[in-house]
Design a protein around this ligand. Structure first.
Ligand code: GAR
Length: 202
């Protein structure tokens, strides 16, 4: 059976995208195939990673499209054009509306750099998440891969992994450890799991 077509939505550096690309190349992801990388930021380095891997790219920005609705419609048009079945948010820094998420039930995955339900929801993204964890003084943090629904970071959890916080951690050091020990491993695992389930039920 043909692998499930995946779109990865990005906004920045794309290290999680790279983990997905590497996992597909190594055969760890075999039930899905990255067919499109879409960025909402021009010049995002993630786009270079996609190009280097020979994956088609698209850029859809709010500046181009105007309203949230027009922005999401433009994204959906691209997803339809590429026959996308699974959407992976990998550092995609824009909250999608219920109109969008309800069109892809259990088909949108997100990676979040904390143990949900801690340090998540509106305003918790990127380095801010690690700043908040350190400010609170928790001793353990981690990463979560979950399905995306209308509640920011509120969809069903697929995989989660804890990461230790160490004396002297800065937000940057912690971010890197959470990526290395959790995100880059969990996201490919979750992608394979979800795509394999889709193929099984086809
Ligand atoms: C990752 O840590 C990801 O978990 C986080 O942004 C970073 C993107 O890095 N996402 C969120 O905070 C979403 N709420 P990357 O572009 O190198 O993959």
């Amino acid at each position: 059976m043909n692998p499930v077509k995946i779109a990865v939505l990005v906004s920045g550096g794309g290290t999680n995208l790279q983990a997905l690309i590497d996992a597909e190349k190594s055969g760890m992801i075999q039930s899905g195939s990255i067919s499109l990388v879409l960025s909402n930021k021009e010049g995002a380095y993630a786009l270079e990673r996609a190009k280097n891997a020979g994956i088609p790219t698209a850029v859809v920005t709010k500046a181009q499209t105007g309203s949230q609705e027009a922005f999401e419609d433009a994204i959906r048009a691209k997803l339809t054009e590429y026959g996308v079945e699974v959407i992976i948010l990998a550092g995609f820094m824009s909250i999608l509306s219920e109109k969008f998420t309800s069109a892809y039930p259990r088909r949108i995955l997100n990676v979040h750099p904390s143990l949900i339900p801690s340090f998540c929801g509106k305003g918790f993204y990127g380095l801010h998440v690690h700043e908040a964890a350190l400010a609170y003084g928790v001793k353990v943090t981690g990463a979560t891969v979950h399905f995306v629904n209308e509640i920011p970071d509120g969809g069903e959890i697929i995989l989660q992994r804890a990461v230790e916080i160490r004396e002297g951690d800065t937000p940057e050091i912690l971010q890197r450890r959470v990526m290395e020990e959790a995100e880059w491993k969990l996201l490919p695992m979750a992608a394979e799991k979800v795509c394999a389930d889709i193929l099984k039920n086809k």
